[in-house]
Design a protein around this ligand. Structure first.
Ligand SMILES: Nc1ncnc2c1ncn2[C@@H]1O[C@H](COP(=O)(O)OP(=O)(O)OP(=O)(O)O)[C@@H](O)[C@H]1O
Length: 664
């Protein structure tokens, strides 16, 4: 395939534009076909039984991309193709037409072994069956030490995961999954699958992955490109709404923060109604009619007629700015009708000219003034009377006081916008001008979003679908909505089915059972996770002076293979770095400059940024302080649960203070 691409010639193109275009297309293709010696061309094989429909008797290799021979016949089929489905889903009870499934083992691009699983005749249902589909290769893949950023799991996607990955584009899905059950992996593979199955539609409409923070995005950033998908946007909710804010006012940025009760209130769905009222409150009932002089004549549209037109536009639920533009046209149309009634014969161009004429513009500005979404929010948060009118019957007087900025802001460019404020501006912006919809959005760590944030994500996929991933037990924001049906309703996808994943691929038994002791306190309704790792893992809880014991503990884990994460209370980061003076380490941060350095083996992770990450060995410092870093007990224990579930092989807990009761 490479040779064929190399031999393509752009000389046949008729003109230089076509030639440039072809050259670019060839270069793209050469890049797509470039060899990566560490990535094998295939990882599996499926042999269909002779009587299997369509593919009877065929033997197909399954790989990351499709590969054809000189005649164009397939040699390797894409893992996303319908014929590959059986590789992931076939079981003894449902062989899906397979006679044989083969898994290949590779180490750094070298074939090291293979494993066959023969499927006999499907047994009659009701017969006793032993589902023993143990695979050493699968186990090796799950147990492998973690190095560098997240990798794809195409070779070993599990049946329960594959069901989610291959769900129809038209279906929104929601996955509640315990730590390490593969939610993030599943979400990314679903994006890749959808792009394959609906390439034309989705490359036009776009696919977006929304994750919790910049270090997380960097951690997952290589997965989709490794699957050949370069065109998927990856962003955070902060980035989404900050962009809206910046578009509204170049100098406006998120620079403020709110106390928890204020963020909770600003994230409440009632704010959507407050904003809607605030935006629409700009309409002014006309007291006088419109007068348009043309030549010697003066045409009049009486106030009651204008009022009727405004009422019609309001009832249509057209966005504020679009309806404002329509009003000008409607008024011009009314003038035209009057001209015709008087015996004139104006054409359509006259309507446009009237709509753009100064008297109509001035009239529209008076009754339907232009609205700046950032200024509307600014006024709501600065002007008690304006807020009181918009919030009447929705927010109590106390709540209204809570919303107001301590000092009223003067201009959007200098206002102390917080994240929650930017979300409000995003909502207001959509009331004024409709947010365009993407084809699909994958939303990770969705448990942490407020109702208003969910609405912000939801309006980016109004005509598309969503994959919503999260774990209620890992909710660490005060504004999380606390239930999937509620979250899906705010997102605008109330019909999405909620699936639960409970088989954990990351955290070993010993560690997950320890962490799960917190579940009755933090999420009693959830099924406790089980670990599929054969190794039970290592757990060491040591009462000591954590900072004093740290250098020795760190040196010990650094002797082992695999990545090391040192998870510490945010307030202790500086102290920890000081006592580890001399160890090459990287501090995980949110800003672009201090991201996770995957080439350093020791990452110091502030507890607040541990979400979504994983390390072979975790040393966790002072659990009580991690829990105490949050505004309330349950949130504190949830933060701790997140931190305790980052380990792949071993977890060392160092504590000087007493452990939280559930862990004692
Ligand atoms: N089918 C699989 N085969 C091999 N590895 C897998 C499989 N599914 C998941 N994993 C691995 O398990 C680890 C956890 O996956 P992932 O981060 O997607 O879980 P998660 O549910 O998002 O976890 P958390 O809620 O803690 O963020 C990753 O290293 C991932 O590669």
């Amino acid at each position: 395939m490479r040779a064929r691409t190399e031999s393509l010639d752009s000389a046949a193109a008729g003109d230089w534009v076509s030639r440039e275009f072809l050259e670019a297309a060839f270069a793209e293709r050469r890049k797509a076909l470039a060899d990566d010696p560490t990535v094998p061309l295939f990882f599996g094989r499926v042999d269909y039984r002779p009587d299997a429909p369509d593919v009877g008797g065929e033997s197909l290799h399954v790989g990351r991309r499709h590969i054809t021979d000189e005649r164009g016949d397939p040699m390797v089929v894409d893992w996303r193709a319908p014929v590959s489905r059986a590789f992931y889903r076939a079981s003894r009870s449902e062989p899906l037409g397979l006679a044989l499934r083969r898994r290949y083992g590779f180490v750094r691009g070298r074939l090291t072994g293979f494993e066959d699983e023969a499927f006999g005749e499907a047994r009659p249902s009701g017969a006793a069956q032993v589902e023993d589909e143990y695979s050493a290769l699968l186990e090796a893949e799950i147990e492998r030490p973690r190095v560098g950023p997240m990798r794809d799991i195409v070779a070993t996607i599990q049946p329960e995961q594959d069901v989610i990955v291959r769900a129809d584009l038209s279906r929104s899905v929601c996955v509640q999954g315990a730590p390490g059950t593969g939610k993030t992996a599943v979400g990314l593979h679903r994006a890749a699958y959808l792009l394959y199955a609906h390439r034309d539609q989705l490359s036009r409409q776009g696919v977006l992955v929304v994750g919790p923070n910049a270090s997380f995005l960097r951690y997952i950033g290589d997965v989709l490109p490794a699957l050949g998908e370069m065109a998927v946007g990856q962003t955070t909710i902060e980035e989404l709404v900050a962009t809206t804010l910046r578009h509204a006012h170049a100098k406006a940025t998120v620079r403020g923060s709110d106390p928890a009760p204020v963020s909770v209130l600003k994230g409440d769905a009632r704010m959507a109604e407050v904003l809607s009222r605030a935006v629409w409150s700009h309409l002014v009932a006309p007291t006088e009619g419109l007068v348009v002089p043309r030549g010697a004549a003066r045409w009049r549209v009486p106030a009651y007629e204008v009022e009727e037109t405004i009422a019609t536009l309001r009832s249509r639920e057209v966005r504020y700015a679009a309806a404002r533009a329509m009003l000008a046209q409607r008024l011009a149309h009314a003038v035209l009708v009057k001209m015709e009634n008087a015996g004139d014969s104006p054409d359509d161009r006259v309507q446009d000219a009237v709509a753009r004429s100064r008297p109509v513009k001035q009239y529209v500005d008076a009754v339907w003034p232009a609205v700046d979404p950032a200024r509307v929010v600014l006024r709501l948060l600065s002007d008690p009377d304006f807020l009181a009118t918009a919030a009447d019957g929705l927010l109590s007087a106390d709540e209204q006081r809570l919303l107001l900025w301590p000092k009223p802001a003067k201009a959007p460019g200098s206002a102390p916008w917080s994240l929650a404020d930017a979300v409000l501006v995003d909502e207001a912006h959509d009331l004024v001008a409709r947010q365009p919809s993407l084809g699909h959005v994958v939303l990770d760590e969705a448990q942490d979003l407020s109702a208003m944030m969910l609405r912000a994500v939801g309006r980016r996929c109004t005509t598309g679908s969503a994959t919503v991933l999260g774990d209620l037990a890992q909710t660490t924001t005060a504004w999380g909505v606390g239930s999937w049906p509620r979250a899906l309703a705010h997102l605008g996808k109330p019909d999405a089915v909620v699936d639960e994943l409970t088989r954990g691929f990351r955290v070993p038994g010993e560690v997950i059972e320890y962490a799960a002791r917190l579940l009755p306190r933090i999420a009693p309704e959830l099924t406790p996770p089980v670990s599929v790792r054969r190794a039970r893992g290592e757990l060491d809880v040591v009462a000591t002076d954590p900072l004093g014991a740290l250098p020795a503990a760190v040196s010990r884990v650094l002797e082992r293979v695999g990545s090391v994460g040192l998870i510490v209370p945010d307030a202790l980061v500086a102290d920890v770095v000081r006592v580890l003076d001399g160890h090459p380490l990287a501090v995980v941060g949110t800003s672009d400059r201090e991201q996770v350095e995957f080439d350093v083996r020791l990452d110091v992770v502030p507890a607040s940024l541990a979400k979504g990450l994983e390390f072979d060995h975790v040393v966790l410092v002072e659990p009580a302080a991690i829990a105490a870093g949050e505004p309330d007990e349950v949130t504190g224990l949830r933060r701790l649960y997140v931190c305790l579930t980052r380990a792949v092989t071993s977890l060392v807990v160092l504590h000087g203070e007493p452990l939280p009761a559930a862990l004692r």
